[in-house]
Design a binder for this molecule. Structure first.
Ligand code: ARG
Length: 462
């Protein structure tokens, strides 16, 4: 295996050790990020006179050739390198000759790997933020078309009060809004430059870190070299945000699975996002939603893995930290997949408002409104709750809907009931009547959507 540290050793490394310690299979995806770090470092060494202009130019040209070669696919990562950093130095040696050996001046793989990781993650965080925005926009779009679509609102998975489909979907919009805000917030802490910290203690050479940070778009410098090479908080923070995104989407996935069950029939997922059965020809299964639900376990696992990796780890760099990438990439790929596939499912899903409305009929989810009716007539809620409870008991005994009780039957329970009570307990009226801020009435939801649009435009919450 190609190494950067042969001098001190007499014999070779055991093949099992090489295989055990290599990270190339996992970290080769950092190649472009690492090259960017290498380029900024080389230019800084040139500016500081640590490299001559000619040396600097040779190295820069070599690195640029490697970057475009890898991009175009006419250059490969040497498969026997210990890690991606070693691989790039090997490629540079092939491109530029012995001068390649000067690139690693005033640098260690410890500050190098942290730099590449942060750069890579920053790009992924930005891509994920955009994907979240696209999903939010889709929830918003469906919500706008369904302000008046009635859906059974549940608590304990029991019919509670009718809500609009718009209101239900907007709940996910706001979850994603918090997710997006978390990513924006943690991005600042990802975007700090560790390079220039050396192996752990800084360097004797006259480096200059601010320019490197500027070239690479970092917002600040890691202030302590020991912390810089040991810190993986940015990995934990990201994985924590990712686990929560996955958790949110798993809740929605679960609802999609339930809603597409024939007993519900609230939604039909498109053919291109469902799968069939090898045995039962009639089947159309919501496997994508199930995998979003199932893979949320990986996100929790990745977060837990990263936290356990760091627990009680003494300063400064320890090889344990190499494991961060396994967890990070697992989390990244899983969460981005979940966001993208949720959007894909929502792009062509067919909602069935008729089925949703039918599910609300005669389900007694209007009983609170019977109580509220008497509240408006001045009866204390404690009393109206009892009266409405008796009314629902009577209806259940008679096997009819609440609204099918006669005015006389209602008056038997309280003289305050009048003919207009029936209008106020119609399913749609029940839903429409809840226009308190944040409520499910279409006026309140329209205002909610308006605030959501402003939030997306960056106008903030008012
Ligand atoms: N592949 C290593 C990692 O990902 C690079 C750093 C190795 N440093 C060391 N001192 N062995 O962490």
């Amino acid at each position: 295996m190609a190494k950067l540290w042969g001098g001190r050793f007499e014999g070779g490394t055991h093949a099992d050790v090489e295989a055990f310690t290599s990270s190339l299979a996992i970290d080769s995806r950092l190649a472009q990020a690492d090259l960017k770090g290498c380029l900024a470092h080389a230019r800084m060494l040139g500016r500081q006179g640590i490299l001559s202009d000619a040396e600097c130019q040779q190295i820069v040209k070599g690195l640029e050739a490697i970057a475009s070669g890898l991009e175009a696919g006419n250059l490969g990562i040497p498969p026997d390198a210990e890690d991606v950093h070693t691989a790039i130095e090997l490629l540079l040696t092939e491109q530029a000759g012995v001068v390649a050996g000067k690139l690693h001046t005033a640098r260690s793989r410890n500050d190098q790997v942290a730099t590449a990781c942060r750069l890579y993650l920053r790009g992924e965080v930005d891509a994920l933020r955009e994907e979240i925005r696209a999903l939010q926009a889709r929830y918003l779009e469906i919500a706008e078309g369904n302000l008046h679509t009635v859906l059974p609102g549940l608590t304990h998975l029991q019919h509670a009060q009718p809500v609009s489909l718009a209101h239900h979907l907007m709940a996910y919009f706001w979850m994603l809004e918090r997710d997006h805000a978390r990513l924006t917030d943690l991005r600042v802490r990802v975007n700090q430059l560790p390079l220039g910290s050396g192996a752990l203690a800084g360097t004797t050479l006259p480096i200059e870190r601010e320019g490197v940070a500027k070239e690479l778009g970092f917002e600040g410098l890691c202030e302590n070299s020991l912390d810089a090479v040991s810190d993986r908080d940015f990995v934990v923070e990201f994985l924590s945000a990712a686990a929560l995104i996955g958790t949110h989407l798993s809740r929605f996935a679960e609802e999609l699975i339930l809603w597409s069950m024939p007993e519900f029939g609230f939604i039909e997922l498109a053919d291109d996002v469902t799968t069939g059965s090898s045995l039962m020809p009639q089947k159309k299964n919501p496997d994508v939603a199930e995998l979003i639900r199932g893979r949320t376990g990986r996100l929790t696992g990745a977060l837990t893995g990263a936290l356990v990796m760091l627990k009680a780890l003494p300063l400064s760099y320890n090889r344990d930290l190499q494991e961060d990438k396994q967890h990070l990439f697992e989390g990244l790929d899983t969460v981005r997949g979940a966001v993208r596939l949720t959007l894909l499912m929502l792009q062509k899903a067919t909602f069935r408002p008729d089925r949703m409305e039918r599910a609300c009929q005669g389900d007694y989810s209007n009983t609170t409104d019977l109580a509220d009716y008497l509240v408006r007539k001045g009866v204390p809620f404690r009393q109206t709750h009892e009266i409405a409870g008796k009314a629902v008991r009577l209806a259940i005994q008679k096997k009819v809907a609440l609204e099918a009780l006669s005015l006389d039957e209602l008056r038997g329970l309280h003289p305050g009931f009048d003919t207009d009570v029936f209008d106020s307990i119609q399913t749609r009226a029940v839903m429409e009547a809840r226009n308190s801020r944040g409520g499910t009435g279409s006026r309140a939801v329209a205002e909610q959507i308006d605030r959501a649009r402003k939030t997306l435009r960056g106008e903030g919450l008012k």
